[in-house]
Design a protein around this ligand. Structure first.
Ligand code: G6P
Length: 465
């Protein structure tokens, strides 16, 4: 690190140390920042995940462990409804994942979002020292930097968006879109997962706000203020993850899956139960594969691990019902007394267990319809046996596809494309599997999460302020 300044991270959820490793497929943000915070004796502020009225009265609970202090607040029922379930997860999340059909635009939830951002600013402002570096994360907290500035905060403040940034023609469907983006121009540095999302953002700033944009440096100037916008692709904690294979838990998990599938090839998907992950489309692709190659029902077993997520939001209840129905249909039509083609599991597993399952599965299926990055794709590669690696089938619409070009890339909307990719992966000779793996593993190892945090924080230390 180029500076000794203390780091203050602010995100909706806070990963308390004991939760590390137990996250399973619960998203890339939690756990990713722990080492950067540790290096800088940092502070992590956010929602406790609990519901109570105490957050209103400024009741912050703090806990220090391993050189990192976490400071959390509870949210009231109304705040959770309007800010988290409402504007963040029923407006911004669907819209930013290109699901305008699922996006709800309600003035009340927009106000709740602004209110909670204001409360975050009020409470965290009292914890920020003049020399701290502040790093705000994700779509829940877009306006937070501007709210901090309005309270006189002069610190360097960076923002990272973990999800895609939509194309301008789609983004302008959001009422008051200008207001939201203008708040982003109070950050010193704004980071996106890929060049594609960055370009969409710059396109918006130039076309809709009339900002002066320099593509090369990523500088966006509006009304005398300059923000730098750049792409930083997040990676996995390689050091930690690649060592998990040595654990007894990982080996047992690997054995457990292998012995239950015997001579059949296991194909695995691990995703939060979210419509952006393309799960119904994935099942349609598998169904098409069995329609085309019925004799291969005995060759393949598909294991889908999908821990439920955001269960109070209606679109998540709908996707869950759809998946239950589709799984039932495939299994009803294709099972024999001794063969069930799809195993659908609604629970999360530890990182050790997931490592073992990934290693046992000779095909990894990661086919989101849209995804900021997707770290499951990188974890699947990191868990492979270099002497007998499995094949990653990856959606061309995951942010990770820009880096992982040697995966078998698919259009997740096309059942035929998916069916074809599954056949290609099942029949891929060892030599080709190794060649692809060698290229993929280099990227996964080198573009790791430590690299990501270091690059972002180095730039935040150095951008004009
Ligand atoms: C995505 C988001 C994260 C979020 C995670 C889990 O990865 O980018 O900010 O924490 O999903 O979603 P949840 O709603 O459970 O926090």
């Amino acid at each position: 690190m180029s500076t000794d300044a203390r780091l203050v991270v602010i995100s909706n959820r806070v990963a308390v140390p004991k939760a590390r490793g137990a996250a399973g497929a619960q998203g890339g943000l939690a756990g990713a920042l722990h080492s950067a915070l540790k290096d800088r004796q940092g502070l992590w502020f956010g929602w406790s995940g609990e519901q109570s009225e105490s957050g209103r009265t400024g009741n912050i609970s703090t806990q220090t462990s391993d050189d990192v202090t976490t400071a959390t607040i509870d949210l009231s029922e109304r705040d959770i409804q309007e800010y988290y379930n409402g504007y963040a997860n029923s407006t911004l999340w669907p819209l930013f994942h290109y699901r305008l059909d699922l996006a709800k635009f309600e003035r009340e939830t927009a106000k709740g979002y602004e209110r909670v951002n204001e409360r975050f600013a009020e409470l965290v402002a009292s914890l920020i020292e003049p020399d701290d570096i502040v790093w705000v994360h994700d779509y829940h907290l877009v306006p937070l930097g501007e709210r901090l500035r309005s309270r006189g905060c002069k610190n360097r403040i960076g923002f990272f968006l973990h999800i895609p940034w939509p194309a301008t023609r789609l983004f302008v469907s959001l009422p008051y879109h200008e207001r939201l983006v203008r708040t982003m121009l109070h950050y010193d540095l704004v980071g996106f997962q890929t060049q594609e999302w960055l370009e969409s953002f710059l396109h918006y700033c130039r076309g809709e706000l009339g900002a002066e944009v320099d593509e090369e440096s990523g500088s966006v100037t509006l009304e005398g203020r300059t923000t730098i916008a750049r792409a930083y692709s997040i990676g996995i904690d390689w050091e930690h993850f690649s060592r998990l294979g040595e654990t007894g838990t990982a080996r047992q998990a690997q054995q457990r899956l292998m012995s239950s599938t015997r001579r059949r090839t296991a194909m695995i998907g691990v995703d939060r139960l979210d419509y952006s992950k393309g799960l119904p489309e994935r099942l349609d692709g598998i169904s098409r594969f069995f329609d085309k190659y019925p004799e291969r029902v005995r060759d393949l077993v598909f294991v889908q691990i999908a821990p439920p997520s955001r269960e109070d939001v209606e679109s998540y209840q709908v996707i869950r019902a759809t998946l239950e129905q589709k799984t039932g249909q495939i299994n009803g039509a294709r099972s024999e007394v001794d063969v069930v083609p799809v195993r659908y599991v609604n629970r999360g597993y530890s990182h050790e267990e997931l490592f073992g399952f990934f290693r046992a599965a000779k095909i990894g299926l990661v086919t989101p319809l849209r995804d900021g990055m997707n770290l499951v794709a990188k974890e699947y590669i990191a868990a492979q046996d270099p002497e007998d690696p499995g094949v990653l089938i990856l959606s061309q619409f995951a942010g990770a596809a820009a880096q992982l070009q040697d995966a078998v890339l698919v259009n997740p909307h096309s059942p035929d494309d998916l069916a074809h990719a599954i056949r290609v992966a099942l029949d891929m000779p060892l030599e080709e599997r190794k060649e692809r793996y060698e290229k993929l593993i280099g990227t996964v190892r080198d573009d790791n999460v430590q690299n990501w945090t270091e690059t972002f924080l180095r730039d935040l230390d150095n951008v004009p302020h």
